[in-house]
Design a protein around this ligand. Structure first.
Ligand SMILES: Nc1ncnc2c1ncn2[C@@H]1O[C@H](COP(=O)(O)OP(=O)(O)OP(=O)(O)O)[C@@H](O)[C@H]1O
Ligand SMILES: [Mg+2]
Length: 404
């Protein structure tokens, strides 16, 4: 659906519903947010994305009534809160503000405890420790520190912990992982998605980064300047079927390659690959390679972990034990990694394949270009996760026969 129509009565009540929301700041010719309608189902992450100044922060502030709408309605859990008491509303909504915004004169514990304190909760110390652990920070180390004594990434985690403190059903997050190095950012994103798997909040998440939107969002709302909704859809629909030229341009080139971020390795059937063990004879491995039509064999160590890629040329040179040969396998991928990560590992390998391992590091199979091409083709036809679903169906048909 590219039209931002609220869903009809047949579906469950959304946790957040915006209806024709408009904000016109005094003295501004154009509205900052205009006729914005969208539903966020309970437990989902809706990402607001768009260029700087398109009204993302304004939309968040309208939802928790830090600013008042010029027109339109805000409905939370079925209740029209457009004119509700803003203080009591904000207790039900956690807010991670742009640039973290921790209180500099308060310790980390005091920062996190802000809302529970306001609510007069008991057992706040235990709650603070629980939250610090939840965001991966050792309570004993960090409870008593001040915000200036934290790294950027740690501050952002504390920001998330503070927003979660009173266990609100709704979270608003304004570029929570912005202004941070790409590696830490990826880690915070992964940690947050894992956390969300546990806490299942309904989240409106703001970013200006389409890749972050694709990764984090169950749905993506792309806004254009003036706060008008260009498209509100599941990430794969946005990639496969952009509503107009603005959406296509914002997504940028390589939409299908970006789609590889939406499919995990366990969604696809792994390719079989010629493997060798340290004691094997080079000539035998070479014969195996020729038979398989591959350029490299994968040497496994005695525990079955990928060790190196052996080329035909190296195997052709006689008389050396296999252990010393080949290009060391750098990055391996696990089944819950995305095909995008597999593509990265594949491009780095020189063998044209990414070795897939189980959690204990043992070899499971490979992802090669054919695997990726099949996944991309299937995505264009069916949307998300078709390859895995098909493989599963095929397996369950095969299984009974396999026993006989
Ligand atoms: N208090 C205000 N008074 C007047 N205009 C405002 C006010 N706050 C925001 N604006 C204007 O409203 C528009 C939307 O601003 P907003 O902060 O929502 O953008 P944004 O999408 O969050 O941008 P960014 O990605 O840069 O954070 C901008 O043109 C901004 O200048
Ligand atoms: Mg903003």
């Amino acid at each position: 659906m590219s039209a931002p129509t609220p869903t009809g009565g047949s579906e469950a009540e959304p946790m957040i519903r915006l209806e024709g929301l408009q904000k016109r700041f005094p003295g501004q010719a154009e509205p900052a947010v205009d006729d914005l309608s969208l539903d966020v189902p309970e437990g989902e992450i809706a990402v607001l994305v768009g260029p700087s100044g398109c009204g993302k922060t304004t939309t968040l502030k309208l939802i928790n009534r830090l600013i008042e709408p010029t027109a339109g309605r805000i409905v939370i859990a079925g209740e029209d809160v457009t004119h509700a008491d803003p203080d009591s509303l904000r207790r039900r909504i956690g807010y991670v503000i742009q640039q973290v915004g921790l209180f500099p004169h308060m310790t980390i514990a005091e920062n996190i405890a802000t809302v529970p304190q306001m609510l007069g909760w008991k057992g706040i110390d235990a709650r603070v420790d629980e939250l610090l652990e939840l965001v991966g920070m050792e309570p004993a180390t960090y409870r008593g520190r001040y915000p200036r004594e934290l790294s950027g990434g740690q501050s952002q985690r504390v920001g998330v912990a503070r927003a979660l403190a009173a266990d609100p059903p709704v979270l608003l997050m304004d570029e929570p992982f912005g202004a941070i190095d790409p590696i830490t950012r990826e880690r915070l994103q992964d940690e947050f998605l894992r956390l969300q798997g546990e806490v299942r909040k309904t989240i409106v998440f703001v970013t200006h980064d389409i890749d972050e939107a694709i990764k984090m969002g169950d749905r993506i709302a792309l806004l254009r300047i003036g706060g008008r909704l260009a498209q509100y859809d599941r990430p794969q629909r946005l990639l496969i079927d952009p509503a107009d030229a603005f959406v296509a341009e914002f997504i940028g080139g390589g939409a299908r390659v970006k789609g590889l971020r939406l499919v995990t390795v366990d969604d696809v059937e792994l390719t079989e690959w010629p493997t060798a063990r340290p004691g094997d004879e080079a000539a035998r491995v070479l014969a195996l390679l020729r038979e398989s039509d591959r350029g490299h064999a994968l040497l496994l160590d005695p525990e079955g972990r990928p060790r190196s890629w052996l080329s035909r040329e190296e195997l052709g040179r006689n008389g050396r034990p296999l252990e010393g040969l080949g290009e060391t396998v750098g990055t391996t991928v696990e089944v819950d990694d995305t095909l995008h990560q597999a593509l990265d590992a594949l491009l780095a390998s020189g063998a044209g394949a990414a070795a897939v391992v189980d959690p204990s590091g043992r070899y499971r199979g490979v992802v090669d270009l054919a695997t990726l091409a099949a996944a991309v083709a299937a995505m264009a036809v069916n949307g998300h996760r078709p390859a895995g679903a098909e493989a599963e169906a095929a397996n369950s048909e095969r299984d009974p026969a396999a026993g006989s």
